[in-house]
Ligand binder design. Structure first.
Ligand SMILES: [Zn+2]
Length: 475
C-alpha cells in the first residue's frame, strides 16, 4: 500500500482500504494458536491505548493490563495500579513463588514517544498487520515486551507454574521523558520499593539484529552511557555593529565549536565493550574485522581503527562523544552580540568521570572566555555484572531458537529505566529476543513497526527465559 494522503477524499479511501486490511487480519487471526491469539489481543489493546505524554494516559493502560491479569487468574491483591499524578500510571503484579530465591523483576514501560497522525503514513494508534509487520506507535518500544510479559504471566498461572521465586511485573510511566518525576521506575523505587525489590531485573535495551532479514546477533545489554549536557557561554560588552569589531561573542564561541567538532575523545574499552567486540568479531569480516582485532590488541592508531570510527554505532561503543545540539546568540540585527550560547550533549562512557569530560571540553575549546557549565546532574549507572546464570539461560534459549546466532553483551548509547534500577543496586539485563533491522523499525520516529514472526518469537523467548530464571530447574 502506498502512502495515504491527508485530504478528505483520501481519508474515505483509507477507510475503505482499512476494511480490506481488517478482513485480511481476520483471516490471519483464525490460524493463530489460542496462546498467540490471547497475546495478540493484549498487544492490540495496549498499542491502541494512546500513552503519549501530550494527550495519552498510562493510568488507562495500567488498568487495562491489571484487568487482563486479574481475568487471567491473578488474585486482585497481587495486582496494583499506582498513579503518581493525573494520566501517570504504573502497574505492579506479583506471581507468587515458593520464596526459595529472591524475586525477579520484569519491567517494561507503558508510555510511548509522541506520534502525530498527520506525519505518519497510517494511524499510529490503530494496530495494523500488513506485509508481515505490526505497525503502530509502541509496537516495538516498549509495548512488545509489556504485552509479552502480561500474556506469559497469564500462561504461567494457567499452567499452575510454581516458581522458586516471586515474579514481579512492573509496567511503568514516563520512561521516554529524560527527567520526569513521574518516571515509573524511579517513582516506584522512591515510593514503593518493597513492591519491586528483586535480585535482578529483565528490561528493554537488548534485542536481536537482522541483516538481510536473517538474525545475526542477539544482544544482552549490561551497561548504558551516561547522559550529560553542558552549556557553553561567551559574554561580551557588545556595542554598535557599525564598529565592525571582529572579536565578538559569536566568533569566539564558533571558533571553539569548530575545535570541538574536530576533536575525538580517546578510545577506551571496558569489560562490557571488550566482551562485545570479542563476540562481534565472529559476525564481521574484512576491514571491520581487521579493525576490531587491532582495537582488542590495544592499537589506538587512527588509521587502523577507521573502519570502526567511521561507523557511528561502533564509534559510540569505544569513546565518549559530545555534539553541539543548540545555538543561541545576539539580541539585535544592528548590535554586536552580548552573549553567545551553545548546548553540547555528551554520551559518556559509564566508567569515565563527568568532571573529566567537562575539563576535556574546556581544554579543547581552548578559550578562557568560553564558560562550560553542566546542565543538571548526571544519572550515573554502573554496568551490571555478567551474571553467569542469566548469560547461560539467554545463551541456551537463544541457541534453541536461533542456532548459531551469538549472544553479545552490549552497552547502549541511550538510556533506559535500567539506570534507575542499577543505581538502586538491582542488576538489570536488557534482553528481549526481539529481532529487527537497524534503522527500519521507526522506533522514536515515524511509522514504527515490528515483524510479526519476530514479535511472536520474542514473546516465546521471554516465556522460556523468565521460566528458566525463576526456576524450578527445568529441562
Ligand atoms: Zn523504550
Amino acid at each position: 500500500m502506498g502512502r495515504i494522503g491527508r485530504n478528505i477524499a483520501c481519508g474515505i479511501f483509507a477507510a475503505i482500504a482499512m476494511t480490506g486490511i481488517a478482513a485480511a487480519q481476520e483471516a490471519k487471526q483464525a490460524s493463530l494458536s489460542p496462546r498467540l491469539q490471547a497475546f495478540r489481543d493484549i498487544y492490540k489493546e495496549l498499542v491502541e491505548i494512546n500513552t503519549t505524554d501530550s494527550v495519552g494516559d498510562t493510568v488507562r493502560a495500567a488498568e487495562a493490563m491489571a484487568a487482563r491479569l486479574r481475568a487471567g487468574g491473578f488474585p486482585a491483591d497481587d495486582v496494583k495500579v499506582l498513579s503518581s499524578g493525573p494520566r501517570k500510571g504504573n502497574m505492579v503484579a506479583r506471581l507468587r513463588g515458593t520464596g526459595a530465591k529472591k524475586p525477579i523483576l520484569l519491567i517494561a514501560h507503558l508510555d510511548v514517544v509522541e506520534a502525530r497522525r498527520e506525519d505518519w503514513a497510517f494511524d499510529p494508534f490503530v494496530l495494523q498487520e500488513v506485509d508481515g509487520f505490526f505497525r503502530g506507535r509502541g509496537t516495538a518500544d516498549d509495548k512488545a515486551m509489556a504485552a509479552s510479559f502480561v500474556a506469559n504471566l497469564i500462561e504461567y498461572v494457567k499452567e499452575g507454574f510454581k516458581p522458586d521465586r516471586d515474579i514481579i511485573l512492573a509496567l511503568t510511566a514516563d520512561e521516554e521523558l529524560s527527567d520526569s518525576p513521574h518516571d515509573g521506575a524511579r517513582w516506584l523505587l522512591e515510593n514503593h520499593r518493597a513492591l519491586i525489590e528483586a535480585e535482578l531485573a529483565i528490561n528493554e535495551g537488548g534485542g536481536g539484529t537482522l541483516r538481510d532479514g536473517k538474525p545475526v546477533r542477539n544482544s544482552l545489554q549490561l551497561a548504558e552511557k551516561i547522559y550529560q549536557t553542558y552549556r557553553l557561554e561567551v559574554t561580551d560588552p557588545g556595542g554598535h555593529s557599525a564598529s565592525g569589531r571582529r572579536d565578538s561573542a559569536i566568533y569566539r564561541l564558533s571558533e571553539g565549536l569548530v575545535r570541538l567538532s574536530r576533536f575525538d575523545f580517546p578510545v577506551r574499552l571496558n569489560a562490557v565493550t571488550r566482551g562485545y567486540f570479542e563476540r562481534v568479531l565472529t559476525t564481521e569480516q574484512g576491514q571491520v574485522a581487521e579493525a576490531i582485532r587491532a582495537l582488542l590488541a590495544g592499537n589506538q592508531h587512527e588509521g587502523a581503527l577507521e573502519p570502526l570510527t567511521s561507523r557511528p554505532p561502533y564509534n559510540a561503543q569505544i569513546r565518549t562523544t559530545c555534539v553541539t545540539t543548540l545555538l543561541e546568540a545576539g539580541h539585535a540585527e544592528n548590535a554586536l552580540p552580548q552573549t553567545a550560547r551553545a548546548t553540547v550533549n555528551c554520551r559518556v562512557l559509564p566508567d569515565q568521570s563527568v568532571d573529566e569530560v567537562a575539563a576535556t571540553l574546556a581544554r579543547v575549546l581552548n578559550d578562557q572566555k568560553i564558560k562550560v557549565t553542566p546542565v543538571g546532574k548526571p544519572v550515573l549507572s554502573p554496568p551490571s555484572p555478567l551474571n553467569p546464570d542469566v548469560m547461560a539461560a539467554v545463551e541456551s534459549i537463544s541457541g534453541e531458537m536461533w542456532p548459531g546466532v551469538p549472544v553479545i553483551p552490549t552497552m547502549s548509547g541511550g538510556y533506559t529505566d535500567s539506570r534507575w534500577l542499577r543505581n538502586a543496586g538491582i542488576p538489570s539485563y536488557g534482553v528481549s529476543g526481539l529481532f529487527s533491522d537497524p534503522g527500519k523499525s521507526g522506533v522514536h520516529g515515524l511509522n514504527e513497526q515490528v515483524g510479526v514472526k519476530e514479535l511472536y518469537d520474542s514473546k516465546e523467548f521471554l516465556y522460556r527465559l523468565v521460566k528458566r530464571l525463576a526456576g524450578p530447574a527445568a529441562k
